[in-house]
Design a binder for this molecule. Structure first.
Ligand SMILES: NC(=O)c1ccc[n+]([C@@H]2O[C@H](COP(=O)([O-])OP(=O)(O)OC[C@H]3O[C@@H](n4cnc5c(N)ncnc54)[C@H](O)[C@@H]3O)[C@@H](O)[C@H]2O)c1
Length: 430
């Protein structure tokens, strides 16, 4: 009977999962090494736009949820769920140090019978090799004998109001059948549908398939966007027509490039691991090449639009609309908007951005030069002062009719201007 758990990593994945378990009657301690997050949570404040502070306060006040940076609390829990980042390093290789560091921090406090579940997206073998090793070494206990070990990938879709943790089926793979049984018992407290699989590796691979599938299909429509444009055909109209087929087709949409913590990164975890087995992941490489080339294509469209007005990119004022990587969220990780800003700046444009969800750019490892830059205000005189507005993210709260009324020229990488009254030659699809 599991009544008290720890969830390590209180980010986009760990926090909603913690609240779901707490709501389902499991006592949760949310562990994080970031003291500002711990303090915010204990004060009942959210730092993620789509999670209301009210939800945190409700569970905190019932005594079902508290945050901490004290890993000794692991001693008193029956299960530990790990939701820490899995980025790529500067050579674009998997960096699983957050997982192994967490394993090292958890291990000394592991008790006999405790269940450890990894949720971070990663290559097959991370749970039963890398994580198992650090847990066994640091605890003196053996996985599958003294403690349980499992992998269960997260399927959070931030910003999608119908994406509720409890109702998204969850894959679970165990190191042993007993580990699987224990993990299923844990998740069935909070999640309606569980999908048990035969091993941690199958569960890890299933997550990579899901994300690679998206990356490859997005690359396909990105390529077709350019091909159809050369033929004078609008790819958006084509996709909308094709998706009326009730079977065998799934709509994906083009854009200015991939963003977010998952799709641009996860497939390369698989590529890296495949090399160890002498295998090549050609679909992943090709789609990566197409998708990372998209910002260059979009900037070329900006240059075309300016050229049409007798202007050069150099010296022109360009406003990038949307810094978040997808609509209606405040998550700007891996956002292609940064590549667009960099490319335009490099070509001598004067760049600025507007994003109602990202009022100021935080310091990041990848784009330290943009730290502290503020979003411009949504104001007729300001927007009209730019030579081009480049729509990189189609936030629903933006008034696109006002944009059409104010901006002299719009380059639209999201089909956001569909159905808006515009002037002839004002909008360039990209
Ligand atoms: N964000 C998503 O939509 C999403 C969806 C599916 C899967 N994932 C995967 O889930 C994992 C977590 O992603 P996220 O978006 O929640 O990341 P995040 O950056 O929002 O959160 C990670 C948290 O872990 C904390 N942390 C880092 N190292 C730690 C350590 N050693 N001990 C304790 N806490 C530590 C950080 O301070 C941060 O609060 C990643 O592997 C990601 O690929 C994310």
């Amino acid at each position: 009977m599991i009544t008290r758990i720890a969830i390590v990593g209180q980010g986009y994945v760990g926090l909603p999962l913690s609240l779901q378990f707490a709501r389902s009657g499991v006592n949760v301690v949310g562990l994080d090494i970031d003291q500002t997050k711990v303090d915010a949570l204990n004060a009942g404040r959210s730092y993620i736009k789509h999670i209301e502070g009210e939800r945190i306060r409700a569970e905190r006040d019932k005594g079902m949820f508290a945050a901490s940076s004290d890993f000794t609390l692991i001693k008193g829990v029956e299960a530990v769920i790990i939701c820490v980042p899995t980025p790529l390093n500067k050579n674009r290789e998997p960096d699983i140090s957050y997982i192994t560091d967490t394993g090292k921090a958890v291990a000394p406090y592991l008790q006999k019978g405790t269940l450890v579940v990894l949720e971070s997206t990663t290559y097959p073998g991370t749970t039963d090799e890398d994580l198992r090793e650090v847990l066994e070494k640091g605890s003196g206990l053996r996985a599958g004998v003294d403690f349980h070990l499992a992998f269960s990938p997260e399927r959070e879709d931030p910003g999608n109001p119908s994406s509720v943790v409890a109702s998204i089926p969850k894959i679970v793979g165990g190191y042993t059948p007993a580990c699987l049984e224990k993990a299923v018992a844990l998740y069935s407290k909070a999640i309606k549908t569980l999908v048990p699989v035969s091993s941690c590796r199958v569960a890890e691979a299933a997550k990579l398939l899901e994300n690679t599938f998206r990356g490859v299909n997005i690359a396909l429509v990105n390529e077709l966007k350019i091909v159809f444009d050369a033929m004078g055909i609008d790819v958006w109209e084509v996709i909308n027509a094709a998706k009326t087929k009730p079977f065998g087709f799934m709509a994906f949409y083009p854009g200015p490039g991939l963003g977010g913590h998952c799709i641009p990164i996860d497939p390369f975890y698989l590529t890296w691991k495949a090399r160890e087995y002498g295998q090549h992941t050609r679909f992943i490489e090709l789609s990566g090449e197409i998708n990372t080339g998209m910002p260059v294509y979009v900037v070329r469209r900006v240059a075309d639009a300016l050229n049409d007005r007798g202007k050069a990119v150099k010296g022109s004022k360009v406003l990038v609309l949307g810094l978040a990587y997808k609509p209606n969220v405040d998550d700007d990780r891996e956002s292609p908007s940064y590549a667009l800003l960099d490319l335009l700046k490099h070509r001598g444009a004067e760049v600025a951005y507007y994003d109602p969800f990202v009022p100021v750019i935080k310091h990041t490892r990848e784009h330290p030069h943009f730290a502290g830059t503020k979003s411009v205000a949504w104001d007729r005189a300001i927007v009209a002062g730019f030579d081009v507005v480049l729509i990189a993210t189609n936030h629903a709260s933006v008034n696109y009719q006002e944009l059409a009324d104010w901006a002299p020229c719009i380059v639209d990488a999201r089909n956001a201007m569909a159905g808006i009254a515009t002037k002839p030659g004002q909008v360039w699809k990209a």
